[in-house]
Design a protein around this ligand. Structure first.
Ligand SMILES: Cc1cc2nc3c(=O)[nH]c(=O)nc-3n(C[C@H](O)[C@H](O)[C@H](O)COP(=O)(O)OP(=O)(O)OC[C@H]3O[C@@H](n4cnc5c(N)ncnc54)[C@H](O)[C@@H]3O)c2cc1C
Length: 241
């Protein structure tokens, strides 16, 4: 899969003192793929949206690598259907094979075929490139403002609105966004979820993984997604090009 892509249109807005109190219909905390997709969905319908993210730029390396037919349908709804972005997203019409250390097959999960929407059941994609394309779409939406370099540190609410408190990650600035709705799209360590009192059950799974890209010297590609359960060195492999 080709990982390049056009540079996104700059979407960072500096918030000066006179803009330190913003109002919006919807304030979204988190400008990862979930926050971006929601901002596009709302912005394309003309809603006034402010998105805040503590990072100045998107995480540059792949994290999520595969998605299903339902997500393909959501991408289609914002003009980024898989067949429109073949340089970023490609269907995978094969098995996901689990092997033991001797490379004997333990389990073969069928990831082939199409879902009810007509899109493939499985796609592999390059997350940073997809996020850049979403940035480009958002850059063309007048009603979406993106504030990077601002940490959401608290929320309060009244009968009519909610107020999001922000602290600059770059300087000593503070700011507030008043909105009818505040949405937490702030990832696995979500603060918004905590502020909303939503429970979270953590199984405690944590392991260090080494993630690397590899190409065969002879140029041949083994396009089989697989997991090798060697006791000392379990490894997962997925096609990315
Ligand atoms: C090694 C690795 C492999 C992965 N593989 C897969 C996979 O195969 N499939 C899959 O579906 N997922 C995978 N994931 C998870 C993947 O990263 C997530 O699915 C995806 O990024 C989630 O998107 P998101 O928008 O919910 O959150 P994120 O991408 O985490 O974005 C959240 C954003 O919120 C911002 N933020 C957080 N708190 C605040 C705050 N208080 N104020 C302001 N901003 C804030 C963060 O800076 C971040 O930009 C993987 C993750 C890792 C690390």
């Amino acid at each position: 899969m080709h990982c390049g892509g056009r540079e996104p249109r700059p979407s960072m807005i500096r918030m000066d003192d006179d803009r330190a109190n913003l109002t919006a219909e919807v304030a979204i905390v988190g400008f990862g793929p979930v926050g971006k997709l929601l901002a596009v969905q709302l912005g394309q319908r003309g809603h006034d949206v402010v998105v805040v993210d503590r990072q100045l730029s998107a995480y540059p390396l792949p994290r999520a690598v595969t998605h299903c037919s339902d997500f393909a349908r959501i991408l289609q709804s914002v003009g980024l259907a898989p067949d429109e972005i073949p340089d970023i997203t490609q269907p995978y019409d094969d098995l996901y094979v689990w092997r033991n250390a001797a490379r004997e097959t333990l389990l073969a999960v069928d990831w082939s075929g199409q879902g009810e929407s007509g899109w493939h059941n499985t796609y592999f994609f390059h997350q940073p490139s997809l996020e850049r394309r979403l940035d480009e779409v958002i850059g063309g939406l007048e009603s979406v403002r993106v504030l990077r370099g601002w940490d959401a540190v608290g929320v309060s609410q009244s009968a009519s609105n909610a107020v999001l408190s922000l602290v600059s990650t770059q300087a000593a600035g503070k700011a507030r966004v008043s909105a009818r709705w505040v949405v937490g799209a702030d990832g696995g360590n979500s603060s918004v979820r905590r502020w909303a009192g939503i429970d979270w059950h953590d199984e405690g799974y944590f392991y260090d993984w080494l993630v690397y890209g590899a190409a065969r010297a002879d140029g041949a590609l083994d396009l089989v997604a697989g997991f090798c359960a060697g006791l000392r060195s379990p490894a997962a492999a997925v096609p990315t090009s």
